[in-house]
Ligand binder design. Structure first.
Ligand code: NDP
Length: 297
């Protein structure tokens, strides 16, 4: 068997061109995404520039707020409050990782849930946990789900093994697949005998950042393999899956690059458009205290 490739790049292009059409129909009333970038981490700068470029292509106004890596926690929280309270801003993301002296959980939790287009706040994470359709779902897991839906796989009852349990990929991925009736196993660096678990998987979503760790001997015939990992070895990008080895045993596989990566940006833009649409149809005040707050701000 040679696996069919799930082409994330062209799927993302289609999602972006649909978005572009919807946004151009707004006659100049365009969504706005604010990206907070703290410090001068080179990789973060590249990611943020990519997001801004893609946002411009679909017609989303993307503002980058660049802050010094010596910024104090209170000053950063105030910046988020200002964006929360600015009715011109529809979505807010904080580019991670943050410098060590900043409490990432506290900073993220300050984003107003209705502008939390990364879906990282405890509020949206809780909505996802309770299978509430109002949740903003983190872009990478949402992109993976769209890739699975693009091949028309019936997720109901499938055994999905997620490798990795981070807040931004593994955990929300597990919840999302559970919400779609998969039987989910979430694994991590302390999992004992991982290959014996992956061998029973109908679907593997790997997000562990271990270059080419997953071999064909780890999977069963016909498994669907989604590779979230982005690793750099000898200057070249590769995923967590040993693509050349696994492709002869899997039924579907995603490439790196050109797989989940482009889908992540497309889904961030889709979430921004969704936030914009919700805010236009249900205007409410935006304060720093969250969705149901009735303070006078
Ligand atoms: P983290 O480092 O936050 O999490 C990695 C997870 O993998 C942890 O839960 C860790 O376990 C687990 N893990 C590490 N080694 C192993 C192992 N040998 N066996 C099983 N589990 C293991 O990374 P992220 O979740 O942020 O990202 C994961 C990968 O996905 C990275 O390569 C990243 O670059 C990529 N990525 C790609 C995106 C895209 O758009 N394609 C978006 C975001 C990330 P433990 O919790 O025990 O430490």
């Amino acid at each position: 068997m040679t696996a069919q490739i799930i082409d994330g790049k062209s799927l993302a292009q289609k999602i972006c061109s649909d978005l572009k059409q919807k946004i151009s129909a707004l006659n100049g009333n365009i969504p706005c995404l604010a990206v907070i970038l703290v410090g001068d981490d080179e990789a973060s700068r590249i990611y943020v520039r990519n997001k801004q470029k893609k946002a411009a292509e679909v017609g989303i106004d993307c503002h980058i707020i660049e802050l010094s890596d010596s910024i104090g926690e209170n000053a950063l929280l105030e910046t988020i409050d200002e964006l929360n309270n600015n009715p011109e801003v529809n979505g807010i993301i904080v580019q991670l990782p943050l410098p060590q002296h900043l409490d990432t959980q506290k900073i993220i939790a300050r984003i107003s849930p209705d502008k939390d287009v990364d879906g990282f706040t405890p509020y949206n994470s809780g909505l996802l946990s309770s299978n509430n359709p109002d949740a903003f779902v983190s872009a990478t897991p949402k992109g993976v789900l769209a890739m699975l839906q693009s091949i028309n796989v019936n997720l109901c009852g499938k055994h999905a093994v997620v490798i990795g349990r981070s807040q931004i990929v593994g955990r929300p991925m597990g919840k999302l697949l559970l919400n779609h009736d998969c039987t989910v196993t979430i694994t991590h660096s302390h999992t004992v005998d991982l290959p014996s678990i992956t061998k029973t998987a109908d679907i593997i979503v790997s997000a562990c950042g271990q270059p080419q760790m997953i071999k064909s001997s780890w999977i069963k015939d016909g498994a669907i393999i989604i590779d979230v990992g982005i690793n750099r070895t000898d200057g070249k990008l590769c995923g967590d899956i040993d693509f050349d080895d696994v492709k002869n045993k899997a039924s579907y596989i995603t490439p790196v690059p050109g797989g989940v990566g482009p889908m992540t940006i497309a889904m961030l833009l889709a979430n921004t458009f969704e936030a914009f649409s919700r805010q236009k149809s249900h205007p409410q005040h935006h304060c720093c205290h969250g969705h149901d707050c009735h303070c006078s701000k």
